[in-house]
Design a protein around this ligand. Structure first.
Ligand SMILES: *Cc1c(COP(=O)(O)O)cnc(C)c1O
Length: 380
């Protein structure tokens, strides 16, 4: 979408509203607000450019961008569910998504059954008469389990309900859930799509009719809108997404293979490794393993494991100790004491989150430097 000046880089339209030639033309626009530009709570040229480009990368008919990944999820849930409805969700979801489903939705009378991501029959068995929506993320965070999108889409479609896939961990550069049968895709654009840790953003993608008739009226009314500035930053992110992720996946695979040779490392979780239990399935639905690698260090007691994990984190100079991921700067995190610290030790054990688990998100640094950064703590 170019202005009369034929700019090469997309313009940033910082305007909250748009002017009209006549009373009649503004009346026409007000009556048909899903087309054209009227007010930036629900229509802005820069946001539209981001939505169109992301939709075309995902192979989706339509997209609505939101202020964050969580606002995309909230918008999706509140616009599709009502009191008395039931949701089936993977046990291995982003922590805030789990809380939204388990703590917030019951307040509006929606119940959720959590099932193991990889057990298709558990999804099938959890179906009830009032089930409206199935929700998963693949690969899961931080253990990188793979959900079979096609098989779970079949479970959803036999029952005539929606399969929603949060594609944040892969981005459209390496996985397109809609092509595998998902009805709706969610993104936290904050992660790989920005890729440089600058802004928050989110998106909901799906069929034209669904986006226009179910999502758009809710967004127009409630305003979980992406800002034009953030949309502009994210548009720039999309231009380099594929090339960043190609390189990040290559480096992540190299680090994963190397970690498997380190005596202090008990286990490495990365879908690109032949030792990954769902390596073949990952190869069918993803074009590469992605940027996240987790590993578990040895130790006779949970305390000993935690000491080693923390020592790797504390001695790192190149890896940033931060919760963000998908960034061109590598990051390191101890899931048991951060993103999974609010659940009980028993729940953590069931989820496979041990004290020795370390999550890495691999950026664009030289893998040689990343290895020596990890060795500082592994040898200490
Ligand atoms: C970060 C994240 C979210 C939430 O996105 P925000 O942009 O932080 O609101 C949702 N899902 C996944 C998988 C994430 O990693």
């Amino acid at each position: 979408m170019r202005s009369e000046f034929q700019e090469h880089s997309e313009s940033l339209f910082l305007s909250s509203s748009y002017i009209f030639e006549s009373a009649e033309s503004i009346a026409r626009q007000a009556a048909n607000s899903e087309k054209g530009f009227y007010y930036s709570r629900f229509s802005n040229p820069t946001v539209s450019m981001f939505q169109e480009r992301l939709a075309s990368l995902e192979g989706a008919q339509a997209c609505i961008a939101t202020a964050s990944g969580m606002s995309a999820i909230l918008t999706l849930l509140l616009s599709t569910l009502k009191t008395g409805d039931h949701v089936i969700a993977s046990q291995s979801l982003f922590g805030s998504t789990i809380q939204m489903l388990s703590a917030f939705l019951p307040r509006v009378g929606v119940e959720t059954t959590f099932v193991p991501l990889t057990d298709v029959s558990a999804w099938q068995q959890a179906i009830q008469g009032n089930t409206k929506l199935l929700f998963l993320e693949t690969p899961s965070n931080p253990l990188m389990e793979i959900g079979d999108i096609q098989a779970i889409a079949n479970v959803a479609h036999e029952k005539g309900v929606l399969l929603v896939v949060d594609n944040t961990f892969c981005s459209p550069a390496i996985q397109n859930p809609i092509r595998l049968g998902a009805d709706v895709v969610i993104h936290s654009a904050t992660k790989l799509i920005d890729g440089q840790g600058r802004v928050l953003g989110g998106a909901i993608l799906g069929r034209d009719k669904f986006i226009k008739e179910t999502i758009f009226p809710f967004v127009r009314l409630t305003g979980p809108t992406l800002s034009a500035f953030n949309a502009w930053v994210l548009l720039k992110g999309l231009e380099t997404l594929q090339i960043r992720l190609n390189r990040q996946s290559e480096s992540a695979l190299e680090l994963a293979r190397w970690l498997e040779t380190i005596p202090e490392v008990d286990r490495v979780f990365y879908p690109g490794l032949p030792s990954h239990p769902q390596h073949l399935l990952a190869g069918e639905q993803q074009r590469s393993g992605g940027s996240v690698v987790s590993f578990q260090v040895r130790g006779h007691t949970p305390e000993a494991q935690r000491n080693t994990a923390w020592s790797i984190m504390d001695r790192a100079r190149l890896f940033s100790r931060t919760a963000n991921l998908g960034d061109v700067k590598s990051t390191i995190l101890h899931p048991a004491s951060t993103i999974h610290s609010r659940i009980t030790p028993n729940e953590r054990a069931l989820a496979g989150i041990t004290e020795g688990l370390v999550r890495l998100s691999i950026g664009l640094e030289d893998p040689i430097d990343l290895k020596s950064d990890l060795l500082r703590g592994l040898n200490g």
